[in-house]
Structure formats: structure tokens, C-alpha cells
Design a binder for this molecule. Sequence first.
Ligand code: SAH
Length: 508
Amino acid sequence: MKRCGTVYLVGAGPGDPSLITLSGMRLLKRADVVIYDRLAPNALLSMCRTDAIKIDAGKSSDSGGNSQDAINAKLIEHAQRGSDVVRLKGGDPGVFGRASEEQAACLEHGVPCVIVPGISSCLAAPAAMGIATTQRGCSRSFTVLSARSSDGGGAETLDYAKLVRDETLIIMMGRKELAAICNGLIEAGADPSLPVACVERATMDQQRQCRGTLEDIAEIVEREGLQAPMVTIIGEVAATDDCTARFTKSPLLNMKVAVTGSQALCAKLAVALMARGADPIRCPMIRIEFSTTDPALELAVNAIDQFDWIAFSSANGVRGFFKRLIAAKLDSRTLSNCRIASVGVATSRELLKHGVRTDIQSEIETGAGLADAIIDTAGDSGQCILLPRSDKALATLPDRLESAGMNVTQVVAYLTVAIAPPTILVDQINTSADAILFASPSAVKCAGDAGLCLDDKLIVCIGETTAAACTHKHMKVHAVAKRATAESMVDTLEWLASLNATETGVGA
Ligand code: SAH
């Protein structure tokens, strides 16, 4: 008889794909079947094996979708056929995640079932607003509650006499019930001026938040249009300003900065900005995909000996190239006869991760800079050079190399797919952002297409090529990062804001 598989109830974390545990990620990468929830981050699904069966088990109330029984049946069916199943759930499976029901159903049918915890939104949401859930002398406990009861009841089923005696309250599934809950607490004797913080889509690209008091928060949430999924934090701790804000002297303090680029880059920029007290608005405008089927890449990888040079003009180019190399059952040893050129520090770092040192790294981190660095070093014309790049890469690098007499082969190592930002985010940037960061010409194009009005915002670009794309779209670039890295972009914005702060008071 076939071995029975195991069901793993894996917590995917609150939304930012980097907030899954290492265990969760390992299981996800090797699972035969992945059954995922509506709240499980989409980006994590791209980590699954390409041949894994992926099943959407979103139980959104209006989809009439999968009932809990149907989901239980699927878990059991696949495991009994011998598959290891990851049941991927938003946050932690054990926090309003119906883990116990799925576990009981599995065990009843003799299917082993393991819970792998995740970071629940009840902890991530306060953290995402800079709020510590317990604070010495202020709150020594916190209560996490669902605004909805198991039989469909709402705010009227809560025990307010008990809740007013609790310290920090963290409310889940409470967007619709917010006004009723606040009233219930006030009627039970809570101080109407008690601080309240609400956060929608905590840690996700479109995180939004607001603060108020028991008395006015429902109205503020309504006015600002915050939607589910939302967590509400009630109690003295909710008054904490973003804690970095109290310590930082950065001119970026409280500055609203729109970050664009891939999801990974946006997350990196957002963290760097928050560390300096700024308020990032995450607006991914491109998605990187490695599902390229360029036959030229295949050919090049299998005949790598014919090249004297491989020139990488981005870290993603490195990732895409090595994915294909490994898929062709080769590894970095095949590159021993090629010299390696890199456009800059981030690309060289990525190469090192694959065990490859660069022979030359361009001082000026642009396509033209890379071309000049190669021409200076290579000397002789007629050398064969491979360029693993994006499908949207500009012609400067190959053109310059070709005019120096080099034999250039361009291959598509990854695809840059534009993401149109939702209108609500465009409006938010147009009305409230002080600055915007661009890390690629594709993101600039996307911003133009989306109708962003950037005339009154500080614009910082990762490099000259991106800056040129801005100028082409009639956007005024205020500064270009010294190095083509996320950190350098934030340093540059900080420098710019300090100039503006002394001159005009902006960003102070
Ligand atoms: N198991 C999940 C909770 C599922 S219940 C966890 O541990 O996070 C669904 C509720 O979780 C939503 O109504 C909302 O209150 C909350 N929620 C989940 N993810 C959220 C997020 N990223 N931001 C804000 N609230 C979130």
C-alpha cells in the first residue's frame, strides 16, 4: 500500500512574504500539494515546486466557495494518495485559523497532521505601526479577540464588562463591528479618550493605518476608507508613536515616501525608511518572473565555453542565469573559462552567493559604465560576450559593446512585468507622498501610465538610466543614488531632505 502523506498546517505570516518561518518555507518548497487561503501571501506560492498541485481554498463569504468540510476532505484525499500536503494559512494557523478542525479531521482518518506556527497578524499589526503590545508600567497583558462568534454573532455577543477590565485589546475580524465594539466598551465604563489604532493589510504592500480614540476611531476609519483585513488595537499602548520616530533625528522623520520597484525591493526600501522614521507607501510597479523560455538562453548556457565574457547588468540577471544553469544540470564550474563583469555592488554580491567572483566591477553603475569598463579591460575587439538581461533592458550596453567591435549575445534571463497600481494607492501617493523612489525605467513608465502626479514630490532614482527615463517622461529628478543599492537610495533621499529642511523646512 502507498505511504500516507502528512498534512502540515503552515502559518504563512501576516502578508509580507519574508515573514514566514524557515520551517514553513522548507515545507512549502518541497510540498506535493499546497492548499492555500485567501490571506496567504501570493508571492509565497511562487516558491512551490513547479509540479506541485496548488489549490485555492479561499473561503470568502460571498464566493460560496469551499466549505470547511470540502477543505478537510481535500487534505485527507491528497495525503491518503501519498502526497505531502501544505495547508498554507494567513498568520498563525492556531489563531482563528480553524487548525483544530482540520487537525481533528486528519487524525480521524489516520492522516498525520503537524502544525507549523506563523507570525499572527495580531502581533504583526501592532508591530507594523511601531506599537509594542506590552509595555512596562502601561500594559502587562493583551487580549486577542474575534469580533465574530462561531455561530455568526457579532459585537453584541462580547462580554464588555470583562473587556473593560483587560489592558491592551487586539481585535480581529472587527472592521464591520468597530463602531459597535467601541460603543459597547464606552457603555461598560471605558474612557472615551482611550487610544485606538487600526491597521489594514499590515506588512503588505498596501498597508494603511489610522489612529484615534474609542470615541472617534470608527468615524476616522470610515472617512479614510480602511477595509478588512484589519486589526484594531485598543489601550494606552495604541498611543505609541512609531518608536523609531522618537529616537531618530533623521530629516526623513514623518516624511511619506512612495517606494516602487519589485515587491522584494519595496520591502527592503520600506524597512530602511522606517528605520529613519519615514512613513513608506509601498507601491510595487514591477514583478520579476524567471519563467522565461528564451531559447537563446538555453543555447548559451549549454555552450558557455564559446564566450570570453559574461556581463551581468543586474542582480536579477544573475538569478535568472543561474536558475537556468542549474536547470541544465550545470554549475558555476562551467564558467571557469569566462571572465565575469558586473555592473555594481549589488550584482557582485548576488554573484558571490553563487560562488562566483567578478573580474571587473563597473565604477559607474549603468549600462554605459559597464560597457566602458569591459572595453577598457578586454582591449581586443572580436571578443564574445554574453549579456543575460531583462526582456525590457535598454540597448545602451549592447550597442556600446558592439561599436567597440565585440561580438554580443543578448539573452532574456528574466521578465519584467508591469503591475498597474490600484487607484486608491495612486490617489494616496498623489495627495500625500512627499517623495518617490524609482529603481528602474520600467517603474518610471508604470508610474507615468498610472497617472501619478509627481510635480511637487522629491524624486530619487537608483541610477542615471532610471533618471533618464524620468526626464523622458518630463519628471524632474532631484537626486541620483551614489550606488545602485536600496540603502544608497535612502541615504540619498536623506541627504536631499536635509538640504530641503535647511532651505525650506520641507521634511523637517
Ligand atoms: N490566522 C490569522 C487570522 C485569521 S482571521 C492570523 O493569525 O493572522 C482573519 C482576520 O485576521 C482578519 O479579519 C483580520 O482581522 C486579521 N488579519 C489577518 N491578516 C491581516 C493583516 N495582514 N492585516 C490586518 N489584519 C489581518
